[in-house]
Design a protein. Structure first.
Length: 236
């Protein structure tokens, strides 16, 4: 009689909003022998070291690392370049369209609501490890709607462009492409502190509440124009 080969355990790295939540979630997942939790952290710097050291099959990460709105998104943007083969599931507080679209734009293989039980999360991790995409029909609809509106990155409507400087418009374009603060700093030869200051100014001028709301509005804008500053404008 042919024996059935047991399935390989899935190595999971957990990164929730802070250390306590990360540890609690890691313990909950680790109770299932199908998974091996190779590490957990709520700190973005520590997370880079853990991914390089542990080489997890799946990274389960919340956008609000260190209880910051953007820290987890910046990590994802950097991992997209440094670890392109890493499978990622994003833990979301809500399935707002801009958050879902941003997650998949940054390479996520699944999005999961924190309102759902751990048992369903375990199924999500298994499906993602098997190469599938995990999302609800509504969440996939958000992505398809964004793709249907535009086939290229678009900037905000022309009446709003007049409020921004040349450099701020460059930042908007790069935000819409999904770049992290670090990537934008390298691209524009600026410090990350300067990039953050520009983003804050853009929010104030346009009345936008987050970088991802801004990126989603930019992606969904029907205007086909993309701002390309001249060499003179680049120094602004």
């Amino acid at each position: 009689m042919r024996s059935t080969r047991p399935a390989k355990a899935i190595d999971v790295l957990v990164a929730d909003s802070n250390a306590i939540e990360s540890e609690l979630l890691a313990r909950a997942i680790g109770r299932n022998r199908r998974f091996i939790v190779v590490g957990f952290s709520g700190n973005s710097a520590e997370l880079f070291d853990l991914v390089g050291e542990k080489c997890p099959d799946v990274l389960l990460i919340a956008p609000g690392l260190e209880n910051s709105v953007d820290a987890g998104w910046d990590v994802l943007a950097d991992f997209r370049t440094s670890y392109p083969g890493l499978k990622t599931v994003i833990l979301l507080e809500s399935n707002a369209p801009d958050l879902v679209v941003q997650a998949f734009r940054l390479g996520a293989r699944g999005v999961f609501s924190k309102d759902l039980p751990v048992k369903i999360l375990e199924k999500c991790l298994e499906r993602v490890q098997d190469g599938q995409i995990w999302a609800t029909t509504q969440e996939l609809g958000f992505v398809l709607d964004a793709l249907a509106v535009t086939r290229a990155v678009r900037t905000l409507k022309s009446e709003n462009l007049n409020k921004l400087s040349a450099r701020e418009l460059e930042i908007v374009n790069l935000l819409a492409e999904g770049l992290s603060n670090q990537e934008m700093a390298r691209r524009l030869d600026l410090s990350t502190h300067t990039v953050r200051n520009y983003i804050t100014k853009i929010f104030n001028k346009l009345g936008t509440s987050s970088r991802f709301e801004l990126g989603f509005r930019a992606l969904s804008c029907p205007s086909p124009k993309r701002f390309t500053p001249t060499e003179t404008e680049r120094v602004a």
